[in-house]
Unconditional design. Structure first.
Lengths: 332, 285
């Protein structure tokens, strides 16, 4: 199976809750190469989930809309497709794993039938038997102990971890080339988190697809992803290979975030570092760098114009004019 | 469970229903009522309409098992004649309500927005017409009879179903599993038919089982006012209202119709409850 390439250009998503205008995603550009595992990291409300949903156009009409941008999937701009054409991409080309697997499974349809349906949506000529054996294969693939039993069960009869495995199987049923995993482990406990991630990694390597992994948890990234994009206030502020991200974070936000992770090897009395302030209100238009009010190294430039991507980071510190500030930042 | 995977939903639901004792009691009661309504009149030589004036208000006896009414008609025959009418009216009204209500409500709830608003306001307008007025107009236009009653019951009866389904669909259509189905490439029709209506099955069944007794009651009420089935045709409603004034002297004239109305209501409610549990796997123990 040939994996696909995804390119997102200047994607903007705006929501209209109660007459207000909330710019959830404000011009996001990135790409995923075939067979790559890319993470999008950001705190709650940074627009990462909405960005992911916008890729396959799952933003409900009444709530918000995609204002601008392009989503190029193997060269086809998905945003220019009609709803009916888009349907053949959803699931078949781009699969999605949801955060709360139990809620994402239809409560009154057995696991088996949901898998059969997911397969048949895109394999119109498949017989019921084919779809069933495929479903059982998938349940086995996601390491469910008794696939036949699970086939007949309903979501409420499964544990959280099982639900997430079923969710993965469901996303894999139509053989997608790109898998968007929207916080797939958030509702699970620690041991299960690593099991599910290992499973995803194994399946990705085995089936040769790309994964866009969305998370707020830095600790999940290191073993899992090739590359990470840090998102803040609806923008991508830094793009980095995973080792580099941990060793040499470039954006002040990334650096501050990494510092605020509690560590066991520090003396007990060391206070936990926090980032002062709160993320900006996205219903008010943002001028300049969104992180500027919380940034210790902010320059006058930061509050007046938004930083361009310099060396894969959106920060004025990397402009030669602010060398002094940069040295200060590098030394911190 | 070890057999090859087949669509197990219906089979399992039926099994759950069978395991539910009260529901099965209700089910068999209804079966008995249906069979009795069909064949019981054959066991007595007296028809429901012939009068025996010498046997006015005759108590239950070997000849007249349930006694006789004020015109000396055999209550036993009349009960089963009334059962046919009541069950027929109740079931057909509930069925028509269900079909119209589910389609209308599901469509309205699923589309949402302005369409939903307009469709629901139409319901409000229709619902604000007094039912009795509609019945009387229909009677004038069509003349009394069963079809008039059923039409009168369903003309506004489906609104209740439509509202309940619309509310239910509206409530669940933004849940994650609907989004997930969409993310898997399911079409809108498929989402509506397969995911939303399936999930509304519990409320559909509950509403239907409540509509049947309600329709039977309404039919009785209309008959009581003289707008329902016409003499000599019997219905439980007319028989109960005829028997009411004689309660102190000839209690069997009220007792039998009232008893059968109660039994039928009870049976429908037990079965309805059981069906709802059976079709909702979350109820599985």
């Amino acid at each position: 199976m040939k994996a696909a390439e995804l390119e997102v250009r200047n994607l903007r998503v705006t929501f209209y809750p109660k007459g207000r205008k909330v710019q959830a995603v404000r011009g996001v550009t990135f790409s995923i190469k075939p067979n790559e595992r890319v993470a999008i990291v950001g705190e709650s409300g940074s627009g990462k989930s909405q960005m992911a949903r916008a890729i396959i156009q799952l933003i409900p009409d009444h709530a918000g809309k995609i204002e601008a941008g392009e989503v190029l999937y193997d060269g086809v701009n998905l945003l220019s497709l009609k709803e009916k054409e888009m349907r053949s991409y959803r699931g078949r080309e781009i699969g999605m794993i949801f955060q709360d697997a139990r809620a994402a499974l239809s409560p009154l349809i057995s696991i088996g039938n949901q898998l059969v349906e997911a397969y048949k949506n895109h394999h119109l000529l498949a017989t019921h038997q084919e779809a069933q054996s495929r479903a059982l294969e998938l349940l086995e693939l996601v390491q469910i102990e008794d696939p036949l039993r699970c086939f007949h069960q309903y979501p409420h009869e499964l544990s959280g971890g099982m639900c997430q495995r079923v969710m993965i199987a469901l996303a894999l049923a139509p053989d997608p080339k790109l898998l968007i995993a929207d916080e797939p482990t958030t509702s699970l406990d620690m041991t299960l988190q690593s099991q599910i991630l290992d499973l995803l990694k194994k399946i990705q390597e085995q089936m040769g697809m790309s994964i866009l992994f969305i998370t707020h948890d830095f600790s999940l990234l290191s073993g899992f992803c090739h590359r990470a994009l840090v998102m803040y206030a609806g923008e991508i502020v830094e793009e980095s290979d995973i080792q580099e991200l941990f060793n040499r974070p470039k954006h002040p936000y990334t650096k501050a975030l990494l510092r605020s992770i509690p560590r066991l090897n520090l003396p007990k009395s060391t206070p936990l570092e926090v980032i002062e302030g709160a993320p900006p209100d996205l219903s008010i238009p943002i001028v300049g760098c969104p992180f500027q009010p919380r940034c210790r190294f902010a320059t006058p430039q930061c509050s007046s114009s938004s930083p361009p991507m310099i060396q894969r980071v959106a920060c004025w510190l990397y402009d030669p004019r602010f060398k002094e500030k940069y040295d200060l930042f590098a030394a911190s | 469970m070890e057999s090859a995977p087949t669509a197990p939903y219906l089979r399992e639901s039926i099994q759950r229903l069978k395991d539910n004792r009260p529901a099965m009691v209700g089910f068999w009661l209804l079966v008995i009522l249906f069979i009795a309504a069909l064949i019981a009149p054959l066991f007595t030589p007296y028809t429901y309409y012939e009068t025996h004036l010498s046997l006015k208000n005759y108590p239950p006896s070997k000849e007249f098992w349930f006694g006789a009414d004020e015109l000396g008609r055999n209550i036993f025959s009349r009960i089963w004649m009334g059962a046919r009418i009541s069950l027929f009216v109740g079931i057909s009204a509930a069925f028509i309500d269900m079909v119209i209500g589910v389609i209308y409500g599901a469509f309205s709830g699923f589309i949402g927005g302005k369409t939903d608003e307009i469709m629901m306001r139409f319901c409000d307008i229709l619902n604000s017409l007094p039912q009795l007025l509609i019945v009387i107009i229909l009677l004038v236009l069509m003349g009394p009879g069963l079809s008039t009653i059923i039409l009168a019951l369903t003309l506004t009866g489906w609104i209740n179903m439509a509202r309940i389904i619309r509310g239910h669909i509206n409530q669940i259509k933004h849940l994650d599993f609907v989004l997930a189905a969409k993310a898997l490439g399911a079409s809108r029709t498929r989402i509506l038919m397969h995911h939303l209506i399936t999930n509304a099955v519990g409320s559909i069944i509950t509403t239907v089982t409540l509509t049947i007794p309600a329709a039977i009651f309404t039919e009785s009420f209309l008959s009581f006012l003289g707008l329902g089935v016409q003499a000599p045709m019997a219905s439980w409603g007319t028989m109960a209202s005829d028997g009411l004034p004689a309660l102190r002297f000839y209690p069997w004239r009220l007792f039998f119709p009232a008893f059968f109305i109660s039994v039928t209501m009870l049976a429908f409610n037990l079965l309805g409850e059981g069906l709802r549990d059976a079709f909702d796997p979350r109820m599985r123990r």
